[in-house]
Design a protein around this ligand. Sequence first.
Ligand SMILES: [Zn+2]
Length: 270
Amino acid sequence: MRRHILVPMCLALLFPSLMAASGCARVPETGRRRVLLISSSQEQALGAQAFEEILAEEKISDDAAMTAMLERVGRRIAAQANQPDFEWEFKLIESPQVNAFCLPGGKIAFYTGILPIAANEAGVAVVMGHEVAHAVARHGGERLSQRLSMDLVEQLLAVGLRDSSPAVRDGALQAFGVGAAVGVVLPYSRRHEMEADHIGLLYTARAGYDPREAIPFWERMAGGAGTRPPEFLSTHPGVERRIEQLRELMPEAMEAYEAAPTQYGLGETW
Ligand SMILES: [Zn+2]
């Protein structure tokens, strides 16, 4: 009887052709279970393709100091993510957009428009931790598994992002949170946002950046006028709810911060 109850929890088991590529493993740190129809390595291949496409259309910043800062913070956060098969890359894109993303496989881009709001290295670490958490928790793969039928997922995996039909390709880009590239933004769900904040805060603290900076960072985000970024500042959940969760998690984060081999505090400020 017990087996019959468990089977529907993992729908992927019902489709043997996708067994090898599927799983209902748990999200690291939070332990939430979810169903994935594609494997991590398939997700990473799609992430690398999407990264190439996006970078081909953007101007890379020539600010050497900020580029070095991004790489420095990025390496420290990446070291906490425990993803030996990710091939990390950090790019600073010259653009007024208040945005950043991390594609599966560790392909990270920050837009220069988010730097004034980040204000210091700890602020960058908060953003970086949040985006890396989306990738580690495989929120993109989960959304793709929810949005595309299995036929379309199989088509995508067979031909890759470039050669799939426009609907499939756009669906995949939206699932990975880079839908702006195809003109349609799909905000992450409240659950994914809260989960990315949670995991990201722990990465920030373990990397040696003062996690308390996450709260003023979100207040700056909320106070900022102008365009809302496609992914980073989703309108839901509200900033107040996010800050409430950060406060709840802060004792755990502070413990991790104090245990970090080096405390950088806020790091460099600008
Ligand atoms: Zn997010």
